[in-house]
Design a binder for this molecule. Structure first.
Ligand code: ZN
Length: 159
């Protein structure tokens, strides 16, 4: 069976940037289970996985446009230090904020005396992604999985 729309696939992956730094990996965990073609994964991953079968090993190169987006300088803002109240604020801290597009993760990039600079870009925005992938399993999704938009059972939701 090949990976196609509304198939469930299980994949092992290692994600590196162009300098070879490992950003994420499923090694040592169970594989990632997802449903193809319904937006579970970034578009570049779905494109690269389409038509692959169990046992296939390959690399997918994903551009920012088909990954986590290009960096947008308008997502960088200075906010008053007082907005954080008594909370300790450090460079690199991430927290959830609600914005125009629902909740997003913002990262503190600079802490000044009076202002804090926050960046609402996804941490992987603007980064070219290299996925080393191995397909572990391909099966049809059940109608219940398609209705819920996620995988059930091993590697998926239990509810
Ligand atoms: Zn469900």
């Amino acid at each position: 069976m090949k990976i196609a729309k509304e198939k469930v696939a299980a994949i092992h992956y290692t994600l590196t940037d162009n300098s070879g730094n490992v950003l994420d990996s499923s090694k040592g965990r169970q594989p990632l289970y997802y449903i193809q073609g319904i937006g579970n994964l970034i578009p570049g991953m779905e494109e690269g996985l389409e038509g692959k079968s169990k046992g296939d090993k390959f690399t997918i190169k994903v551009s920012p446009e088909k990954g986590y987006g290009v960096r947008d300088d308008r997502q960088i803002q200075k906010v008053p230090r007082s907005a954080f109240g008594t909370q300790e604020v450090k460079k690199g801290m991430q927290f959830s904020a609600s914005g125009n597009h629902g909740s997003q993760v913002v990262t503190v990039t600079e802490v000044g005396l009076d202002t804090v600079t926050i960046d609402g870009n996804h941490p992987l925005a603007g980064v070219e992604l290299n996925f080393d992938v191995e397909v572990m399993e391909v099966r049809s999704a059940t109608s219940e999985e398609l209705a819920h938009g996620h995988v059930h059972g091993p590697g998926g939701h239990h509810h």
